[in-house]
Design a binder for this molecule. Structure first.
Ligand SMILES: Nc1ncnc2c1ncn2[C@@H]1O[C@H](COP(=O)(O)OP(=O)(O)OP(=O)(O)O)[C@@H](O)[C@H]1O
Ligand SMILES: Nc1ccn([C@@H]2O[C@H](COP(=O)(O)O)[C@@H](O)[C@H]2O)c(=O)n1
Ligand SMILES: [Mg+2]
Length: 240
């Protein structure tokens, strides 16, 4: 298993140890783009714990909790559940896992999600994976998924896609603007997509190995410049 080192943490300042925060990678992409599928492979290869915000919400919905009815109605309408509910579920799952490396899948879904997670945990993602897939392919995948999800029908899928465009893409664009976005072409076969994912994790590992503060800053600036050049050349998504 390969390891991934967080650029922002395991460093010593003035001889004293700085508190080591967990490494968090946000995994974003439209409904059905393949986030959960790829996360399972990443867990196997890179030792992360995987938490899907949607899965946590569905478990909470089925647990008979006081938020259950509200969550069911939001999910069936493709709407985004208030951040405090989702952030609490994520924080609890992270604490209970005993791990310090997390793939947070399907989160942050909007600016409110992003700000609430940062305010409550003090954690910023090491980087953000974005699975870029055309709408027609995502629709096909959702309608063929067959996992008994109440929201896997054409009507709700279209609502989810609209919410993705209006609320989630701006968050993707935000991470692009600060040089943290790693865009993956998700329209290919599962194995091909994972080859690209592996390259991202391996190259991040190589580039953020702990070294001097000045060298680290220089490396990050170089990376940001490279990502920005790529994004300028390719645009942020498949032109939804
Ligand atoms: N690259 C791929 N090619 C073809 N089918 C795929 C690919 N990746 C995933 N799938 C299939 O598409 C469906 C959706 O994948 P997955 O559940 O991973 O998407 P997701 O992004 O997590 O969706 P959601 O946002 O709705 O949770 C699944 O049935 C999965 O097996
Ligand atoms: N941050 C989030 C994530 C999900 N939801 C709700 O769950 C639904 C399903 O999410 P998937 O990632 O499993 O597709 C989604 O449509 C939302 O209703 C949320 O509110 N907040
Ligand atoms: Mg999923």
């Amino acid at each position: 298993m390969e390891t991934v080192v967080d650029a922002s943490t395991s460093e010593e300042a003035n001889g004293s140890a700085v508190e080591k925060k967990p490494t968090v990678v946000f995994v974003l992409g439209g409904p059905g783009s393949g986030k959960g599928t790829q996360c399972a492979y990443i867990v196997e290869h890179f030792g992360f714990s995987h938490f899907s915000a949607g899965d946590l919400l569905r478990a909470e919905m089925n647990s008979g909790s006081e938020n259950g009815l509200m969550i069911r109605s939001m999910i069936n309408e493709g709407k985004i559940v208030p951040s405090q509910v989702t952030v609490n579920l994520l924080q609890q799952a992270m604490e209970e896992s005993g791990n310090d490396k997390f793939l947070i899948d399907g989160f942050p879904r909007n600016e409110e999600n992003r700000a609430a997670f940062e305010a409550d945990t003090g954690i910023e993602p090491a980087f953000v994976l974005f699975f870029d897939c055309p709408k027609e392919e995502m629709e096909r995948r959702i309608l063929n998924r067959n996992q008994g999800r109440e929201d896997d029908n054409i009507e709700t899928a279209r609502k989810r896609f609209k919410v993705f465009l209006e609320s989630s893409l701006p968050v993707v664009e935000y991470y692009e603007s600060i040089g943290k976005l790693q865009k993956i072409d998700a329209a290919r076969a599962i194995e091909e997509v994972f080859e690209s994912v592996k390259t991202v994790f391996a190259s991040i590992n190589e580039k953020v190995k702990p070294h001097g503060r000045a060298q680290k800053k220089f490396t990050l600036l170089k990376l940001q410049l490279k990502w920005k050049m790529n994004l300028l050349r390719n645009g942020v998504c498949k032109g939804y």
